[in-house]
Design a protein around this ligand. Structure first.
Ligand code: HEM
Length: 446
């Protein structure tokens, strides 16, 4: 690996040039996909925390560590934008989703979206989803199952009901599910053109399927208010009386469904894996769930502190959104390094969660690190950051945690699950991190 620099800093600025490797992009992508931790660590040892790589047909400056994360995500001087950075990966598939908007326009749309995530509305969602989840759990397969697939199906059903207020026949729900998967996987495809059978090509076709599906339901949603996100977005108004257009509604719904779906499935799969690998934690979490009623109330969520610690640790060890890209919209700096206008930077959430200057024994599953005595996650405001930070911080973080805990609560009460002693979950890091084998487990009714 030879050292090169990204760009010469302006004379007299006192800034340093970003070092990095000019190794061709394809080689870097392969290394990154195979072993993201090894890749990040090798680069860090050779070049430091701020370093560039050529990947996905562009150059990205990775800015590791909590200070860099704070600088970029809090973005006090508005030097970084989301749209051109996330847009590079997903604009074709999640055009004008709120995460792709910037500055005043982002604020305007986010304030309207926020109306669908107030505590009162969240309590309503919880009431809607609880019977669905309880019912699904009663019919949970008691045999060897691919747990990732089961969670995925369940979160999609919840999303369709709670966000869209629609009950779809299985065939149509499967079609929508497939279209989402294709859109999510498309952004990091190696071929970035509408070529049949490539990830990108499939993503473009899937976006059309999803758009037609949402557009077809808008007239009914505009006509009558119902307790779901789709309806809220059709009726919500900003202070100056502005309403989302049909196009806005489609773009936001598709983005939120995408943002809610895979992230929660990944988190639950990780939690289930760690609880199978460390059955003492499964038992501890079950004990707490058994102390509560089967039907979990909104106020009970805070009582599940063992499950909460397991969730936090799972989110640390496998952050569903492994990096947050941004584009420098003018010449700027990160940690004293010169970042020229037009440079794509990224906050590497996943590898930040393995820094040994913050986390003791970072590769060990250790939910006690969040205890009041240790509080490792509070070492820095950006130490534990699976939900990001700043104005784009995850809008669904309470919804996501509520859904995850409710599902796990019912699973723990009704079932035990195991994996062979020597089993290690094989991960696919080529898009969002998912288990390659869909997490096979043996389920027994309790
Ligand atoms: C464990 C589950 C989840 C994780 C780890 C997660 C993670 C994230 C992260 C890291 C971001 C910030 C991206 C950036 O700034 O570049 C984000 C944004 C977002 N998330 Fe989540 N998310 C989760 C669940 C959800 C759910 C359930 C919803 C919807 C109900 C949701 C909706 C959104 C939206 C709309 C944004 C964009 C916010 C904005 O740009 O203003 N997420 N999420």
């Amino acid at each position: 690996m030879s050292t090169n620099i990204l760009a010469e800093p302006p004379a007299g600025s006192g800034l340093k040039a970003v070092p990095g490797s000019n190794t061709p992009g394809l080689v870097q992508v392969m290394k990154l996909r195979q072993d993201p931790f090894g890749f990040a660590e090798t680069n860090r040892q050779k070049f430091g925390d701020v370093t560039f790589v050529h990947v996905f047909g562009t150059t990205i400056v990775s800015c590791a560590g909590p200070e860099a994360a704070e600088r970029i995500l809090m973005n006090k001087d508005r030097a970084f934008a989301n749209g051109p950075a996330w847009g590079f990966f997903i604009d074709k598939f999640f055009h004008r989703g709120v995460m792709l908007l910037d500055f005043d326009e982002h604020r305007h749309h986010r304030l309207i979206l926020q109306q669908a995530f107030t505590p009162t509305i969240l309590k309503g969602y919880m009431q809607e989803m609880q019977p669905m989840i309880m019912n699904a759990m009663k019919q949970f397969p008691v045999r060897d199952v691919l747990l990732f697939n089961e969670f995925k199906q369940l979160t999609l059903d919840v999303a369709l009901e709670v966000f869209l207020g629609l009950e779809l026949p299985k065939k149509e729900a499967d079609k929508i599910n497939k279209a989402f998967i294709e859109c999510v996987r498309a952004g990091v495809g190696l071929v970035r053109a509408d070529v049949p059978f490539t990830r990108w090509g499939k993503g473009i076709r899937s976006r059309k399927v999803l758009e037609e599906f949402i557009y077809s339901h808008i007239p009914a949603k505009r006509a009558k208010e119902t307790p779901d996100l789709f309806s809220v977005l059709c009726h919500a108004e900003s202070e100056d009386g502005h309403r989302f257009t049909d196009e806005d509604v489609v773009n936001h719904i598709l983005f939120v469904l995408m943002a809610a779906h895979d992230t929660s499935t990944i988190t639950m799969s990780q939690m289930a894996y760690h609880m199978a690998k460390h059955p003492q934690w499964q038992e501890k979490a079950r004990e707490q769930s058994l102390e509560l009623n089967p039907e979990l109330g909104y106020d009970d969520l805070g009582k599940l502190d063992v499950l909460d610690a397991i969730m936090k640790e799972s989110l640390r060890m496998c952050t569903p959104v492994p990096a947050q890209p941004r584009m420098a919209v003018r010449d700027t700096e990160v940690n004293g390094y010169f970042i020229p206008e037009g440079t794509m930077v990224q906050v590497p959430n996943l590898s930040n969660h393995y820094r040994d200057d913050i986390w003791t024994n970072p590769f060990a599953f250790d939910p006690e690190r969040y205890s009041a005595e240790r509080k490792e996650d509070k070492a820095h405001r950006m130490a534990w950051m699976p939900f990001g930070g700043g104005v784009h911080k995850c809008i669904g973080l309470y919804f996501g945690q509520m859904e995850i805990k409710t599902i796990m609560h019912h699973l723990l009460r009704g079932y035990e699950w195991t994996i062979p002693d020597d089993y290690v979950l094989p991960m696919d890091y080529s898009a969002l991190p998912v288990p390659k084998d869909k997490l096979p487990v043996t389920i027994r009714r309790r």
